[in-house]
Design a protein around this ligand. Structure first.
Ligand SMILES: NC(=O)C1=CN([C@@H]2O[C@H](COP(=O)(O)OP(=O)(O)OC[C@H]3O[C@@H](n4cnc5c(N)ncnc54)[C@H](O)[C@@H]3O)[C@@H](O)[C@H]2O)C=CC1
Ligand SMILES: O=CCc1c[nH]c2ccccc12
Length: 273
């Protein structure tokens, strides 16, 4: 089974459920096998970033896997210290080389670095207009960042990748993205396991005979959001993909909407105003 596809604002399609590959301890020794396993299970969307230091391992996995390049959607991101016009152009070329690819599917501004984000966006627009990347987007952009971007962007971002879970829902950003035609993508969808024993999650999981991890992934999918759960264990990579044969009910979604308590695992993008 393959993930449903979402059509981005420039017509290109992305698998709604992908694999994240960020290792918190930067031990990238498991990345290659994780990506190969994911492709074997049916994933067709891989999310990396220059700062994860594993683009080379992702590239090796893509080469070794028995799946055609054009079937796989690869995202990477320009890191904060590489922002600015010239630096971002160079960072894109470095990522291409590390990934051993001649194009990237989606290139994101990783964080909205003040004083740099406008020039960084202009660099991404240049790469896009030259036809060297299939789509460009942003990450960790909240409503104020998007309102500012509207004043200078000639290309509307295809995607905004943010932390968005029942515990830290970004509903106002989601609404703004919908208004602008930007697809929302949620990172850390399983809150890195921090909420695995939450009683309401456990109750919904028991009802559906699923894990609480699967319920959180399904929550993103049922909200129309692209999502990229991470694991480097073969069994978990498979389990996290086994969410395509059920849906949450209205009562489940209502119960999950009460869980917002502000818990986040990444930095707060409000610190980047
Ligand atoms: N744009 C950005 O600033 C950010 C992007 N990301 C992206 O999102 C991806 C996913 O987010 P993460 O922060 O990695 O968090 P996540 O919510 O996907 O959790 C990953 C962790 O949950 C645990 N886990 C995964 N599957 C499990 C299972 N079936 N059973 C038990 N435990 C399980 C493992 O400890 C794993 O390391 C990243 O790998 C990265 O690609 C993550 C953080 C920030
Ligand atoms: O994108 C993922 C998480 C993240 C946020 N800040 C840093 C810094 C260095 C590596 C990864 C990350």
């Amino acid at each position: 089974m393959h993930s449903p596809l979402i059509t981005l604002n420039n017509g290109i399609k992305i698998a709604q459920l992908g694999l994240g590959v960020f290792e918190e301890d930067f031990d990238v020794s498991k990345t290659k096998e994780a990506v190969k396993k994911a492709l074997e299970v049916g994933y067709r969307h891989i999310d990396t970033a220059a700062v994860y230091r594993n683009e080379e391992e992702v590239g090796k996995a893509l080469k070794e896997a028995d799946v055609a390049r054009e079937e796989i959607f690869v995202t990477t991101k320009v890191w904060n210290t590489d922002q600015g016009f010239d630096n971002a152009l160079k960072a894109y070329d470095r990522s291409l080389k590390a990934l051993q690819l001649d194009y990237i599917d989606l290139y994101l501004v990783h964080w909205p670095v003040k004083e740099k984000r406008k020039d960084t966006w202009k660099a991404l627009e240049k790469i896009y207009k030259e036809g060297r990347v299939r789509a460009i987007g942003v990450s960790n952009y909240l409503v104020p960042h998007l309102e500012e971007l509207e004043t200078y962007a000639n290309v509307v971002p295809a995607v905004n990748q943010i932390e968005h879970t029942p515990f830290c829902n970004m509903n106002s950003t989601h609404l703004k993205c919908k208004q602008m035609g930007i697809a929302l993508e949620s990172y850390s969808p399983m809150v890195r396991g921090l909420k695995k024993d939450h009683p309401i999650l456990k109750e919904i999981a028991a009802k559906h005979q699923r894990s609480t991890f699967q319920i959180l992934i399904r929550w993103a999918l049922d909200n129309g959001v692209i999502t990229i759960p991470k694991s480097s264990s073969s069994e978990r990579i498979r389990n996290n993909f086994e969410v395509l044969d059920f849906r949450l009910g209205i009562d489940d979604l209502k119960a999950l909407s009460t869980l917002h308590d502000g818990t986040r695992v990444a930095d707060d993008p409000m610190d980047y105003l």
